[in-house]
Design a protein around this ligand. Structure first.
Ligand code: S3P
Length: 168
């Protein structure tokens, strides 16, 4: 039987896509980026979905993707930053996978995303404040969803090594 999925969880800018790509090559598993998966299905960017259909519609697509991807095996999955704040998505992924939290500081996120405009939830006049408020609300949820927590302020290679050594 194929290996259990590895689901990367964490805040926007925590490196889920970068780490997921690297880890999939190192471990010989397929990589799925949930935001890209939804964008492809909807033929729109996440920003367009939020603008044209609203956040609730996006969350519904995210739930559907969680159920579908969570029923498979052998995947490295980069969840969206909001995905694992919903208990039903955590349940869907837990069935066949292990959830890895990429733990970063709000300051690292702010630095990484300072010129990014693809995250509708952070398009606020005070981006650092928006990050800090969401962080506070989400961190307890991420921590309770996670099977493994890694320090993601390190380089992508170091993060991958840490994940691989805690998974084997
Ligand atoms: C979101 C994070 C984004 C994307 C959407 C909502 C969130 O994904 O799913 O903008 O609620 O944190 P990334 O974490 O990949 O940026």
């Amino acid at each position: 039987m194929a290996r259990k999925n590895i689901i990367l969880c964490g805040f926007m800018g925590s490196g889920k896509s970068t780490i997921g790509n690297l880890l999939s090559k190192k471990m010989g598993m397929s990589f799925v980026d949930m935001d890209k998966y939804i964008e492809k299905q909807e033929n729109k960017t996440v920003t367009q979905i939020f603008e044209e259909n609203g956040e609730e519609y996006f969350r519904e697509k995210e739930r559907e993707a969680s159920r579908l991807l969570g029923s498979k095996r052998g995947l490295i999955i980069a969840a969206g930053g909001g995905t694992l704040t919903f208990p039903e998505n955590v349940e869907a992924f837990r069935e066949n996978g292990r959830i890895v939290l990429l733990n970063v500081s709000p300051e690292t996120v702010a630095e990484r995303l300072k010129s990014d405009n693809t995250r509708p939830l952070l398009e606020k006049p005070d981006k650092l404040l928006a990050i800090k408020e969401l962080f506070e609300a989400r961190m307890p949820l991420y921590k309770s969803a996670a099977d493994i927590v890694v320090d993601a302020d390190q380089s992508p290679m170091q993060v991958c090594m840490e994940i691989m050594s805690s998974i084997h």
